[in-house]
Design a protein around this ligand. Structure first.
Ligand SMILES: [Zn+2]
Length: 488
């Protein structure tokens, strides 16, 4: 397979998880992130890229790599309920929840089922599209990785009893160059810090290896997974790790005779996956316990088999939740009424036939919408919209043009989550400062959390350097179609 056309530069996309516009601007303006500052000043900077929804990394990375929202790629979130098999699907939301649902299932779900069973076969990843054109690509440190090279991966002994794989070995479809913790290493001597992933230093070393050996393919996707855990604990303004990751990017740029030379050789893109909303300090005020709101219902337990008697299933994705109505006779209206009584819930959405309804615990009335209609939004999508536009902070201009406020690209993103999998369910969003809770859910008081539709979590930064091309719209879902022509 050819590396890339001689006239085209390799594209390197660095995804720094939980990198937020304000923190990035503070770090670069105060001299603590000179490499990122150089890329910003010698390239194009976007402070308001709209990410996918729910604002959880598996859904976002699937959107980035397939160029679709979850109605098409079908990865609904980090935690969801498969109504066909009556199983909770968890890709690893936290220690307690993962422990309840079983390590075996979580690890198997994350490493295998996400890429090979759950992600729709009707969409293609950027790796698959490039391979069709004979162009190789690389994935470093990403749990979403589907490509079309079959590679036998071996689980390290210590972990093999925790997987469903025979002898801990399994066949995976991966990009032509693939690095993921101890499962697949580029450098034989490399020692990942965690079994299933490497820290920012390890990740940067894997990328530098490709550059040093002149093995950089047409497209490389590289994830630094370190900041998220720290920001959950420290809050959204913490910038310590931006400085440390920047030092690694400096070492990468230093491999060229000058940083300008690095731009002549490659296109460099830096992105964040989701933002964070600061969370309050009070267990009682800031945590919305869905089991209390629905105390009159029989709620299935995540570690037990779902029975015929169970009426509801709850899947919390931090500040967003999926609420499943397991009995066909339970009307949406009864549950929505309960949710609306809680002023900490700002967006409540559900689907009935063609229409999507949106209500709120903060604002009155109802908003109803569906694709196609007289209104066109800023992303050139057309909609039929009726009712109280204020619920989603939508603005309508005279010529039926829709713009978004607190909930960027809200209509397409709500549509995406409500059509991401089968079943009758409600999507609920917590107001900034608050977070949902159900059985054994991890929570983040006095720190930060994400998952919701709000702009705090939805707007992420993007830097593009080494090309003057710009994406048509400031959305992650549009990046694949921006990157492909740069590489092909
Ligand atoms: Zn997180």
């Amino acid at each position: 397979m050819k590396q890339n056309h001689s006239s085209q530069k390799p594209v390197i996309l660095l995804n720094i998880d939980s990198l937020m516009p304000l923190a990035l601007e503070i770090a670069t303006q105060t001299g603590r992130a000179p490499a990122l500052q150089f890329l910003m000043e010698n390239g194009t900077y976007f402070s308001d890229m709209v990410t996918s929804f729910p604002t959880m990394s598996v859904t976002i990375d699937s959107t980035l790599l397939t160029g679709t929202y979850p109605d098409q790629h079908q990865i609904p979130g980090l935690h969801w309920f498969d109504t066909r098999t009556k199983q909770f699907i968890n890709y690893g939301t936290g220690l307690r929840e993962t422990f309840r649902i079983g390590w075996k299932n979580s690890i198997h779900n994350m490493l295998y089922r996400l890429n090979h069973e759950h992600m729709s076969k009707d969409v293609s990843t950027i790796y698959e599209d490039l391979a069709e054109n004979g162009i190789s690509s690389a994935s470093i440190n990403s749990f979403v990785y589907r490509g079309n090279k079959v590679q036998r991966l071996k689980t390290p002994k210590i972990l093999s009893s925790l997987t469903h794989f025979e002898n801990g070995e399994w066949l995976a479809s991966v990009p032509s160059t693939f690095s993921l913790g101890a499962f697949s290493k580029l450098r034989a001597s490399g020692m990942p810090t965690q079994i299933a992933a490497g820290n920012y230093k390890y990740t940067a070393k894997e990328l530098r290896y490709l550059i040093r050996k002149k093995k950089l393919p047409g497209f490389t996707f590289c994830i630094f997974q370190d900041m998220d855990a720290r920001i959950h604990f420290k809050g959204p303004t913490d910038i310590k790790l931006i400085k440390k990751i920047d030092q690694e990017i400096q070492k990468i740029l230093n491999m060229y005779s000058s940083w300008e030379e690095a731009l002549r050789h490659n296109v460099w893109m830096v992105i964040g996956d989701n933002g964070h909303g600061a969370t309050g300090t009070s267990y009682r005020k800031n945590l919305i316990d869905l089991r209390k709101i629905f105390k009159k219902y029989r709620i299935s337990r995540i570690h037990k088999k779902v029975t015929e008697k169970d009426q509801l299933a709850l899947c919390v994705n931090q500040r967003m939740a999926y609420i499943y109505l397991l009995h066909t006779k339970t009307p949406f209206s009864k549950l929505v009424k309960q949710l609306r009584k809680d002023s900490r819930i700002d967006v409540i959405a559900w689907k009935e036939e063609q229409n999507i309804h949106v209500a709120s615990g903060v604002k009155g009335g109802l908003l109803t919408f569906r694709p196609d209609g007289a209104y066109t939004d800023v992303y050139n999508q057309s909609w039929t919209v009726e009712g109280n536009l204020d619920i989603l902070d939508l603005q309508l201009t005279k010529n039926q043009f829709l713009t978004y406020g607190d909930y960027p690209d809200a209509l397409a993103r709500i549509f995406g989550s409500l059509n991401s999998h089968e079943g009758r369910f409600i999507v609920a969003n917590a107001k900034p400062g608050c977070e949902f809770k159900a059985q054994s859910t991890p929570f983040h008081l006095s720190g930060a959390a994400h998952g919701s539709l709000h702009r705090q979590e939805s707007n992420v930064p993007l830097i593009i350097a080494g090309t003057n091309e710009k994406p048509e719209f400031s959305r992650l879902v549009d990046l694949k179609k921006f990157i492909l022509p740069l590489v092909k």
